[in-house]
Ligand binder design. Structure first.
Ligand code: 3PG
Length: 211
């Protein structure tokens, strides 16, 4: 199964900022036990680079990627650590080229037709729609999908249990990204039971919506 098919099957990509490396394994365990075997570890914290190789061998069944990848160096770090996919907030063609050259799936961020066409010019057609809600949400996505029939999206930014269903109902939506079940405050409090509960609720919601 391709990365995109796996992401579609899961339906939600937890966007995680790990404050400290010791949070990595309890987080992965909570997600897996909740039936949400996916994590985008963002390079917004220093722990990201080491969190990926820590999780990878212990939980090979988790679809594990790196987010907020802004440079080829970060992409390389994530890829060599075992990251299976790369996500970036914007469409940086140097980073896109680096991933494509290395045969690694990248979901570059877009929020305009011009950015979509930049990604398409590289043959990349599954894109992160970011920041989804501030940019106009489902309405904007529906409008922008009209001229780009074959493009698919992973909307992220401002999505939670209240609106995730509206996005997942769109056929062009592969999965939704979101941090609502993996808030760093929960890690700091050691409340991985809450992470598991919120992730489990997210899984139940996807099942209800997609069957
Ligand atoms: C991202 O980087 O994809 C977003 O910050 C996640 O958005 P959220 O925190 O609003 O879910």
């Amino acid at each position: 199964m391709s990365i995109v098919e796996r992401a579609r099957g899961i339906g939600i990509v937890p966007v995680v900022s790990i404050p400290r490396l010791e949070h990595a394994l309890p987080l992965a365990e909570a997600l897996l036990e909740a039936g949400l075997p996916c994590a985008e570890i963002t390079f917004r914290t220093a722990a990201a680079a080491e969190a990926i190789p820590r999780i990878r061998p212990r939980f090979p069944e988790i679809l594990l990627g790196a987010g907020t990848v802004l440079t080829t160096e970060q992409a390389e770090t994530a890829i060599s650590a075992g990251g299976e996919f790369i996500v970036s907030p914007g469409t940086n063609l140097t980073v896109v080229d680096h991933c494509l050259t290395n045969g690694v799936t990248i979901f570059p961020g877009v929020c305009t037709p011009t950015e979509i066409e930049m990604a398409l010019s590289k043959g990349v057609d599954v894109l992160k729609f970011f920041p989804a809600e501030p940019m106009g949400g489902v309405k904007f996505l529906q409008a922008i999908c009209a001229p780009y029939k074959n493009v698919r999206f992973i909307p992220t930014g401002g999505i939670d249990t209240k609106n995730v269903g509206q996005y997942l109902a769109l056929p062009q939506v592969v999965a939704c990204g979101g941090s609502w079940m993996v808030k760093p405050e929960l890690f700091e409090a050691g409340d991985f039971a809450k992470v598991k509960q919120l992730a489990g609720e997210a899984v139940a919601l996807v099942r209800e919506l997609r069957g």
